[in-house]
Design a protein around this ligand. Structure first.
Ligand SMILES: O=P(O)(O)O[C@@H]1[C@@H](OP(=O)(O)O)[C@H](OP(=O)(O)O)[C@H](O)[C@H](OP(=O)(O)O)[C@H]1OP(=O)(O)O
Ligand SMILES: Nc1ncnc2c1ncn2[C@@H]1O[C@H](COP(=O)(O)OP(=O)(O)OP(=O)(O)O)[C@@H](O)[C@H]1O
Length: 483
């Protein structure tokens, strides 16, 4: 990619989140990630080009020196900061505007700093097109927090029983972010039990919200609709997936029934999520267990009588195990962190120059990582302890908000061979994305939000739920066979 010859016509809109907008290159397996800012603030809070460059550099450093060592080399692609011609960025911004979903248009793309992040396009498998005519399928999951907090600082008992995602659903519904409750529960996905993972993925397919996107050949084919009232089309998805699962097993009227296709698709995702573990001497993958936390969320729709005390857990090096371990660096919960944040604030008021030494806003380097890793286990009343725990909390927050991308494509066999196989075989890659640092200043907001979510949950579950909600849920429930 020659930066001085950038042409907006070589790029197209790919997707966006709350903080950044992503465009993909038409020929090369590359994306550009550009920051976004609230539109009303853009005139006065706009950063100088120098500040914007520093900001993006911080994102790369944080990914490279903090998240990559914690999550594993193989899953993290940190990318590189690129300086882009301002004219290119302005033209690009105009070009993508009409593709942007309405719900994301409260923010505008950064067209003034001329900085962006260049990353591999993780929805593609490099060189795959040389081997098979079927383009890769990519499943992007934002799994959210996979454990129940176990901190002694927790004041509301329900937080030990119902997970944050399930509680938050009620609050999101009330403030209009979504129109239907999601039945997805992160604790099921992180359980390591194939049955529970299956149910979690099935529930994501029924109501993806912002937790599931599916791409085919780099094109988005399944996600929540822009109009949150509309449901995504599972039948369309089945048609897209059919060529990947057309083997001879279980044919009905000459082809696989839709349910069977979704069933196999979910199993492929499960296998990928459980892969990557090394084995012990008996050949069993090593597992990680959450001894400190209750393993099941009371709001999950997974039938309680099917919960067994079996030796589930996630294979040690699987992508979900890696993410969960980092999430669990938050062992005090926001209720334990907030007083420590206030301790740091008080200290900084007295000694403002200490902000740099304590690396409150970075730099995110080995020394920051040292503070995260070697934080004392007991509170000795020091500012060092408080800063260490705050840093750990922020790292855990990143892991609670990251996404996993599983990109898979049929193995090399030609079609005839493929049809004779009992099950199709896939080659795949797994990555973790959106590993940006969460701001230190965000802690008071997190504290308030936590209180709101819990209070709202308690209020809404004590009162009988509106009957229309249940009606809608029943209408969209699919019946899958247990695996
Ligand atoms: O607080 P949460 O759990 O709602 O997470 C926010 C996400 O909402 P979600 O609940 O996943 O729909 C939110 O996602 P959406 O904008 O809702 O797609 C962002 O990821 C936000 O992170 P940031 O402020 O952009 O760095 C996320 O904020 P952080 O809490 O991770 O800072
Ligand atoms: N390297 C990549 N390859 C392919 N697609 C990507 C890549 N990085 C991001 N995307 C796509 O762009 C979308 C937005 O990116 P990202 O999640 O990083 O945005 P964000 O604004 O930081 O998210 P959030 O809302 O969590 O703050 C992703 O959901 C994903 O679909």
């Amino acid at each position: 990619m020659e930066l001085d010859k950038m042409d907006e016509n070589d790029w197209k809109y790919h997707g966006e989140g709350n903080k950044s907008l992503v465009v993909s290159h038409l020929q090369h397996c590359r994306v550009l990630r550009l920051l976004k800012f609230p539109s009303e603030d853009s005139a006065h809070t706009r950063q100088t080009a120098e500040q914007a460059f520093r900001h993006i550099l911080n994102i790369v450093d944080y990914s490279k020196y903090v998240m990559k060592p914690l999550l594993g080399e193989k899953y993290v692609h940190s990318g590189e900061v690129v300086k882009l011609p301002l004219d290119f960025v302005r033209q690009l911004s105009l070009k993508v505007q009409q593709e942007r979903p309405e719900l994301r248009c409260d923010k505008v793309m950064d067209t003034f700093s001329g900085c962006g992040l260049c990353l591999p396009n993780l929805t593609q498998l490099p060189l795959h097109h040389l081997r098979d005519h079927r383009p890769p399928i990519c499943v992007e999951i934002k799994p959210k927090c996979g454990f129940l907090p176990f901190s002694r600082h927790i004041t509301k008992e329900c937080k030990r029983k119902v997970c944050r995602f399930c509680m938050h659903q009620h609050y999101k519904l009330a403030n209009g972010k979504w129109k239907r409750l999601s039945r997805y529960c992160p604790l099921d996905l992180f359980s390591g039990s194939k049955q529970r993972m299956y149910v979690a993925l099935k529930n994501l397919l029924e109501e993806p919200q912002n937790n599931l996107k599916i791409f085919k050949g780099g094109e988005l084919i399944f996600s929540c609709k822009d109009d949150a009232k509309q449901q995504p089309e599972l039948n369309d998805l089945i048609q897209h997936l059919r060529p990947y699962f057309s083997h001879s097993n279980g044919l009905y009227n000459g082809h696989q029934p839709g349910k069977a296709i979704l069933n196999e698709f979910i199993q492929v995702i499960c296998s990928a999520l459980l892969s990557g573990g090394d084995s012990n001497r008996s050949g069993e993958p090593r597992k990680v267990h959450l001894s400190e936390s209750r393993p099941h969320c009371e709001a999950s729709p997974f039938p309680r009588d099917l919960l067994r005390n079996g030796n589930h857990g996630l294979p040690k090096d699987s992508v979900l195990a890696k993410i969960l371990q980092v999430q669990m660096l938050d062992n005090l919960d926001i209720e334990g962190i907030y007083p420590l944040y206030k301790r740091v604030e008080q200290y900084l008021e007295e000694f403002p120059k200490e902000r740099n030494r304590l690396q409150i806003d970075g730099p995110y380097n080995e020394s920051f990582m040292d503070k995260v890793k070697n934080c004392p286990t007991e509170d000795d009343g020091s500012v060092e302890y408080a800063v260490g725990k705050v840093h750990q909390y922020r790292v855990a927050m990143t892991a609670k908000d990251c996404s996993v991308m599983i990109t898979f494509a049929p193995c090399e066999e030609d079609e005839e061979q493929q049809l004779k196989l009992e099950k199709p075989r896939f080659t795949y890659s797994i990555s973790i994305l959106d590993l940006d640092p969460k701001p230190y200043e965000g802690i008071p907001h997190q504290y308030k939000l936590d209180t709101k979510i819990v209070n709202y949950y308690l209020r809404s579950t004590q009162a009988p739920p509106p009957s229309s909600l249940y009606k809608e849920r029943q209408e969209c429930t699919l019946l899958f066979h247990a695996v």
